[in-house]
Design a binder for this molecule. Structure first.
Ligand code: NAD
Ligand code: ZN
Length: 251
């Protein structure tokens, strides 16, 4: 029987419009904890409560202290890992067209992917709740929390809190590329956050082959994944790229 990594490489070697859907898991090996799963933030706080827009508007100081401050500290220094680089390599090979990410860390762009749909916005910028001015997160002073704009208004990150709508453009483009792809790589997502979790179903309904990379089974694994690769993205992706390059080099 063909090994799963070889099978995935074979599928990708003939793909022309592959798309990746990524979640917090792909950034774990860059030192950013996920929400769910082992070592996840969920073990310490309930993100459904703390990362909810109502909680932020009611008590921005607490949400900055419990969640956003630490996120800023982690993201200021985080670098892409071999999982991200593997996706950048797949784009360079002409196989991967788009990355749909639920992450707000900017690591796909840093790794070199050029078409990244940020489904939940990004953490690189903050907006003032009063005057709507944008400020780069790296420039924000955290001496007093919540940090404020020069107008006195409270700053919030440009990411989507629970209870907020997905940016319309990101949602529509994600649906389009999911419907048009021939292979979807689903990497490091628990597939529990909607509507991102519907993208693999859209892809599958339109005939795509679903390759899933995750150390744990998800609701997708037994339902729609054609090929689950059980393991960490940072170790699976380099092996997958190696197997793929070998195939592409063999006439
Ligand atoms: P999640 O936290 O719900 O699930 C993470 C998944 O990654 C789990 O299924 C886990 O088994 C898997 N995983 C853990 N380590 C892995 C590894 N090394 N390689 C591959 N997979 C691994 O993540 P989610 O589904 O993305 O949903 C949480 C939401 O929280 C996201 O929508 C995102 O907006 C936000 N979030 C973002 C970041 C970030 O930007 N890096 C971090 C935490 C949370
Ligand atoms: Zn302002």
């Amino acid at each position: 029987m063909i090994q799963p990594i070889e099978h995935a490489a074979e599928i990708l070697s003939t793909a022309r419009r592959a798309v990746a859907l990524t979640g917090a898991g792909i950034s774990v090996e860059s030192g950013i904890p996920p929400f769910r799963g082992k070592g996840g933030l969920w073990e310490k706080i309930d993100p459904m409560k703390v990362a909810h827009i109502d909680a932020f508007l009611k008590d921005p100081e607490t949400v900055w202290k419990l969640l956003i401050k630490d996120m800023k500290r982690l993201l200021d220094t985080a670098r892409p890992n071999p999982g991200h680089s593997g996706l950048a390599d797949l784009e360079r090979l002409g196989i991967l067209k788009t990355v749909i990410t639920q992450n707000v860390d900017g690591l796909h762009q840093m790794a070199g992917n050029s078409d990244v749909i940020e489904f939940h916005g990004n953490f690189a910028w903050q907006s003032c709740l009063d005057c709507n001015r944008s400020i780069e997160t790296s420039q924000v002073d955290l001496t007093t929390l919540p940090p404020r704009c020069s107008c006195g208004g409270i700053l919030r990150p440009d990411c989507v809190f629970f209870g907020e709508l997905i940016p319309q453009k990101a949602l529509i483009r994600s649906q389009q590329v999911s419907a048009a792809c021939d292979v979807m790589l689903v990497i490091g997502t628990s597939a529990m956050v909607q509507p991102a979790a519907t993208m693999p179903f859209i892809a599958k309904d339109n005939g795509a082959f679903i390759i899933e990379i995750n150390p744990e089974a998800t609701p997708l694994t037994s339902r729609i994944s054609n090929l689950p690769l059980l393991g960490d993205a940072g170790s699976i992706m380099p092996r997958l790229l190696k197997a793929l390059r070998r195939r592409l080099a063999t006439p």
